[in-house]
Ligand binder design. Structure first.
Ligand code: UGA
Length: 434
């Protein structure tokens, strides 16, 4: 099938690559000339395991191309996916100007029936706004429909999630739209849930908010464990063995970041409030997540007393492993707080360093290391903020010997307390006995 993708950010690129991989003829469109130029050459602007290879293969096979021409883009696809950004506004609501812009572009260049599918995470009733925008800006009567097909990709696992999803959700108003989207996803073996459009939009927001709630819940329990000397890892393990609860997303620590959970929790809270509903639960989810930084900072101060002029290393800058994405990463907040208190930082991440350098260029208080061990030389504490495998597998004797004082503040609970103690470390995990 002929498909157009509007917006070549994280979701757009992965969707374009995924749909071409399963045999469709895909054209990606973005206004960013540099981005499109690089994509045409097979260079992805995002770091995602497995993506580069599929991008190059599908370009070579002729099933995938990119353009900055809106006319070419809209003429190409029978199905047009809107994958533009939906950032948070000051009040927490989703800023839907880019989605509106995409709808206006479709209206301007439409040349026959199009199924316009929203894939970006959007508040319920956004499809109605897309439909209204289309009608307002259409110059002559042309058939079109709007549908919702939310994405559930996780960064770092996006290709696998696309090709082997737990479920595919399609929200449609007509049997034609349903038929087209079922046909599109035919090569993928996964249950398809067909709903009306409002329901599909809510499914996406509710899924993300629920996962964020699970994380904040276990972090709340983590604080109780810390206060009482209990072990949150064991609490989570035993809770997760109950199939009704499930073991995933019960990892306590520094909390959730990224471009989705923080934004979606706030946006869904806003939507609920707009309808006069009590969505305070989501406010608590957000507040508990924010308080993770205070907990980690209290560990750091417990260990180092005053942070002024202390030399501290941070391992892990991305919001989670296998991505270079630092949007809403806990590292941003920790770095800010340590600098405010007069500490000196040396930062290391296997792939996110360049992104962090744009936010915090090197200066006398902030340095970047090229090697994870180099970052530790003469440091008074190591703070772990992302659970990259290389950190889990670190040579801990080497770590100890390099540091001035062997203290580890572990925001992701990746080390074994007993082992560290034996090696002579002072260890501060989250919600576990040290
Ligand atoms: C999330 C959802 O998992 C996807 O299903 C969804 O499609 C995506 O948002 C989106 O809306 O685009 P993502 O943000 O890529 O995916 O990453 P997750 O793996 O969900 O992790 C989010 C954050 O939660 C990370 O900072 C991670 O470290 C944290 N987390 C996760 C925990 O603190 N504890 C856990 O147990 C699990």
């Amino acid at each position: 099938m002929k498909v157009t993708i509007i917006g070549l950010g994280y979701v757009g690129i992965t969707t374009a690559v995924g749909l071409s991989e399963i045999g469709h003829d895909v054209l990606g469109y973005d206004i960013d000339i540099k981005r499109v130029k690089e994509l045409k050459k097979g260079n992805s602007p995002i770091f995602e395991p497995g993506l580069d290879e599929l991008l190059k293969n599908n370009i070579q096979s002729g099933r995938l191309d990119f353009t900055t021409s809106p006319e070419e883009a809209i003429h190409h696809g029978d199905i047009i996916f809107i994958c533009t950004g939906t950032p948070s506004r000051e009040d927490g609501s989703a800023d839907l100007t880019q989605v509106e812009g995409a709808a206006k572009t479709v209206a301007k260049y439409i040349n026959g029936y199009k199924l316009i599918v929203e894939k970006s995470t959007v508040p319920v009733k956004t499809a109605q706004w897309i439909e209204r925008t289309m009608k307002l800006y259409l110059k002559k009567h042309t058939e079109f429909e709007v549908a919702s097909n939310p994405e559930f990709l996780k960064e770092g696992d996006a290709i696998r999630d696309f090709l082997k999803p737990d479920r595919i959700v399609i929200g449609v108003n007509s049997s034609k739209a349903k038929r087209m989207l079922k046909e599109l996803y035919k090569p993928i073996k996964a249950p398809i849930v067909v709903t009306d459009i409002n329901t599909a939009e809510i499914i996406k927001h509710a899924s993300n908010a629920f996962l964020a709630m699970k994380i904040s819940f276990i972090n709340m329990i983590s604080d109780l464990c810390e206060a009482t000397g209990a072990d949150v890892e064991l609490v989570a393990k035993a809770m997760g063995m109950d199939k009704r609860i499930g073991k995933q997303f019960l990892r306590a620590g520094i909390g959730y970041g990224g471009s989705c959970f923080p934004k979606d929790v706030k946006a869904l809270y806003y939507v609920g409030s707009q309808y006069g509903l009590n969505f305070e639960l989501l406010k608590n989810v957000h507040e508990i997540n924010e308080s993770r930084i205070d907990v980690l900072m209290s560990h750091l101060k417990k260990a180092l007393w005053n942070l002024k002029d202390k030399n501290i290393a941070i391992w892990g800058l991305s919001f989670k492993p296998n991505t270079d994405d630092i949007r809403e990463a806990p590292s941003l907040k920790v770095i800010k707080r340590v600098l405010q208190e007069g500490g000196n930082l040396t930062l290391y991440d296997p792939v996110a360093t360049d992104n962090m350098k744009r936010v915090y260029p090197e200066n006398e208080h902030i340095k970047y290391a090229n090697d994870m061990y180099e970052a530790l030389k003469d440091k008074e504490a190591l703070v772990v903020l992302t659970e990259w495998d290389i950190f889990k597998q670190a040579d801990l004797e080497k770590v100890r010997d390099l540091m001035l004082t062997p203290i580890i503040i572990d925001g992701r609970n990746i080390y074994n307390s007993k082992k560290l103690k034996k090696l002579g470390f002072e260890y501060y995990p989250m919600g576990r006995p040290a």
